[in-house]
Design a protein around this ligand. Sequence first.
Ligand SMILES: [Zn+2]
Ligand SMILES: [Zn+2]
Length: 389
Amino acid sequence: MKANCWMGRNKVEVLDVPEPGILNPRDAVVRVTSTAICGSDLHLYDGYIPTMRKGDVLGHEFMGEVVEVGPGVANLRPGDRVVVPFPIACGACLACEHGMYSLCENSNPNAGLAEKMMGHSPAGIFGYSHMLGGYPGGQAQYARVPFADIGPIKIDDDLPDEKVLFLSDILPTGWMGAEMCDIKPGDVIAVWGAGPVGQFAAAAALQLGAEQVVSIDRFPYRLEIAGRAGALTLNYEEVDVLDALRDITAGRGPDACIDAVGMEAHYPVAAVQAYDRAKQAARLETDRPHALREAIMACRNGGIVSVIGVYGGFVDKFPMGSFMNRSLTMRTGQCHVQRYMKPLLDRIREGFDPSFVITHHMRLEDAPRAFEMFKNKEHYCNKVVLSPW
Ligand SMILES: [Zn+2]
Ligand SMILES: [Zn+2]
């Protein structure tokens, strides 16, 4: 079968690889009908996530048709149409029992690698490094789905792929980012990053009752999409973000700040950008946390900083003084997608249409071109959906 493979920094190739089969009783094999490229795939593409190997199949946002199930999967049958959540979770461990699916204690066979980097291991993730399980991803014609009796959600009606595909990651991730803000009537929520996750976080914050949402980015076309979702927009290349947020909030700062940027932030102050790039290049710092620093500085006293942008390792110049002295709270995590799929599918059935983030439909064979386009923000590229067939 064809699959999009990581071949080193800034290089992916669509190669012929062996088709997956059932390895464990709770596995299913899915014939992928739609798969997406995620902003977090760019961290792999750019070479910032350790323990990738040449030939690893990428992709953690996919859906398709079940073609085979193991004897332990009673709830799915061949022919069922499913969306697959990106964290792999057993449904039975302590973390899963508490709904913390992205922390499943049974889905990362390489937990030892993750423990060296992070102290303890989170769940395994499709197509996201050996440290996180070494699972082949879904940018392929077929994918093996472990614990298929727990994760995938069946789509029984005729909702098209493009309306439900993002239940696999970015819609629940944006939603969780807003939910972690404990939004109360009158709240102002600021969102760093107006990529698809930031756009969904902005939309979710409004749906959860925020009075005002402010989206921050530097690409006008991304801000425009966030604006259409109801956010007020700030271009950080045109305004001083901290000043602008003070103006909007009568000097107090946003009630909660969402970091939907993560480890490869850009920053308009050249000296700070150069400092982080140099340290990152020399591997003295793995992540460039500009957005996180700014979110902390901007947040009102006693407010919440919600981090859904992906970080890989260690950050520098973390404003701990501001964080501690002003009684801030930080909430974070890879999304516990399984928890959100059903309620968000209900919202989609009631009329919410997440396909507004899609700008490009391409074929799986075009993945190398799509990665370049997405990385370089060419042709107003916001979200790419790939068809493997
Ligand atoms: Zn993703
Ligand atoms: Zn588990």
